[in-house]
Design a protein around this ligand. Structure first.
Ligand code: ZN
Length: 339
């Protein structure tokens, strides 16, 4: 089968590899219907995270090909969506809604999903079958649910988005844009998207943004304050993961407000004094996408939401290297790979 492998920073190739097989009785093997490149894949691509012949991809939808002897909740032929972290969905941590921290989650994110087939550990807990076989137009949205939609949704929930609230969104990548969509669905009154790219601003508006702020850093904070009577947002979604974006999020939030942070943190160091005096709640981390999957799948199935609109470039998996280049050079927000 074909699999995307990052040999080294900037060096992405499509290799011919062995098709995965059942290893544990709790595994399933799925045939991917489509896969995609994550913003977080750019950290190793840019040499910020170490990488050496890494099988890439952790976002997936597809059809169950084979199940282990202990798998009962999904069966061969089911169309499934899974979270990028595997979880049993039964342990105490999973039942509290924090499946990312499942005591049986294994080594981390599901590996090697930019491929024709993928092995999914903890299949019973990780995979959710769709109500039937999706029509092709639903596949991008279901694929988005696997990570970026679920992550944006968690950020909005962590930021306590709700009716009557003003929400600021730091970051205009796929997660930030879908944070806008989540905020809209969760009833936010006003959604301020922080973006300086015309195409991303347009998508943010389509997803429900009421205001756009182009400034960033201190100027961006000043603009948010100006738009909120000097108070700051009730809820801020942080979807970048840098020192600047994190401080921008905290400073854009009013006292008593909440920051939901989901940008993978890189060299962020929070000043204690400022945090102490901010009166802001912080909650975030790797999103427990599994918590939200049944609800998100239904919203997509009913065509209430169209998160698949974040994919602005579709390429055959054989051209994965071009997909990485396009995202790295910001020519594309998110790249869907067909298999
Ligand atoms: Zn668990």
């Amino acid at each position: 089968m074909r699999a995307v492998v990052m040999y080294a920073p900037g060096d992405v190739r499509v290799d011919e590899t062995e098709r995965p097989t059942i290893v544990e009785p709790t595994d399933a093997v799925i045939k991917l219907a489509a896969t995609c490149i994550c913003g977080s894949d750019l950290w190793p691509y840019r040499g910020i995270d170490k990488v050496d012949h890494q099988a890439m991809g952790h976002e997936y939808v597809g059809t169950v090909e084979e199940v282990g002897s202990a798998v009962h909740n999904v069966k061969v032929g089911d169309f499934v969506v899974g979270s990028f972290f595997s979880s049993d969905n039964t342990c105490e941590i999973c039942r509290s809604g924090y499946q990312t921290y499942c005591v049986h989650r294994g080594p981390g994110a599901v590996p090697g999903a930019q491929a024709d087939f993928a092995r999914i550990p903890n299949a019973d807990g990780t995979l959710v079958a769709t109500p039937g076989q999706p029509t092709p137009d639903l596949i991008p949205s279901l694929l988005a649910a696997s990570d970026v939609l679920g992550t944006g949704w968690f950020a909005a929930v962590a930021a306590e988005v709700g009716p009557g609230k003003t929400v600021a969104v730091v970051g205009d990548g796929a997660v930030g844009l879908l944070g806008v969509l989540a905020a809209k669905q969760l009833g936010a009154e006003r959604i301020i998207a922080m973006s300086r790219h015309a195409d991303r601003q347009a998508l943010a508006r389509k997803f429900g943004a009421t205001d756009i702020v182009e400034e960033r850093g201190d100027a961006g904070v000043a603009r948010i304050k100006e738009l909120t009577g000097g108070l700051g947002a009730h809820s801020t979604i942080e979807a970048v993961g840098t020192q600047e974006s994190m401080m921008q999020a905290i400073r854009s939030t009013r006292a008593g407000g909440h920051v939901g942070y989901v940008g993978v943190s890189h060299d962020v160091s929070l000043p204690g004094q400022e945090l102490f005096r901010s009166g802001v709640h912080l909650h975030g981390g790797p999103a427990p996408v599994r918590r939200f999957l049944p609800e998100l799948i239904q919203l997509i199935w009913d065509r209430t939401i169209d998160p698949g609109a974040v994919f602005d470039l579709t390429l055959p998996i054989d051209q994965a290297a071009e997909g990485y280049r396009a995202m790295d050079e910001r020519r594309a927000t998110k790249v869907l790979l067909t298999v």
